[in-house]
Design a protein around this ligand. Sequence first.
Ligand SMILES: [Zn+2]
Ligand SMILES: [Zn+2]
Length: 140
Amino acid sequence: MAYSGRCACGSVRLEISGEPVAARQCWCRQCQQIAAGGPTNNAIFNAEDVAIAGTLSHGTWQSASGNTLTFHFCPSCGTQIFGQSSGRMHLKTVRFGALDPNHGLRPEAVIWTDDAPGWAQIDPTVESWPRQPPAPPPTG
Ligand SMILES: [Zn+2]
Ligand SMILES: [Zn+2]
């Protein structure tokens, strides 16, 4: 297994068999709402590489691009597990917080900086996008 993870209560578990196609920090308004006012930090994997055990609940929102974004979370403890866009069903956007510590990943891009509050600390050493960048391409 390349990566493993679990929610805070342990009833949802993740096993991921491949490397992410991208790792991004997102400051969009909806991410701030699920991340207590901060950004979400996400590793984007090929969906087929992500195995999940346990029961998830989900909610949806409409993204600015017109796609439906579904966000999946543990119904017992509320931990956000992953998001998936109707326009990119081959990818799963796994929340860093659902991965076991020491996963070694870090955001390589910051997106939706237009929505970030004035106090946000945006890493100047990584690529940043004021809004949504192009989707990462599928791999292998
Ligand atoms: Zn849980
Ligand atoms: Zn976002």
